[in-house]
Design a protein around this ligand. Sequence first.
Ligand SMILES: [Zn+2]
Length: 84
Amino acid sequence: MRHGNYVAEPKMHGVVFHVADLRHWHAIEIRCGGCRKQVMIDAEAAVRRCGKDRSSTDIEAKAKCQRCGKVGDHTVRLYKVSRN
Ligand SMILES: [Zn+2]
């Protein structure tokens, strides 16, 4: 499964992590449970947009969808970024 230069890291699926634990080779995908919109952001953007003290479960509970406006009911997945 590829999203541009993002390559899925299946091991990380379902793992709870904090934004502060992300490294520059990580990206997170946030998917809305309402309209299924998926947003992929890199670690730097996650710190900027979510705050480094947030955990993935916080993001799942508090994310707001930019398409349908739904708050919560999001799914976060951790990806490893491949830059080849
Ligand atoms: Zn949505």
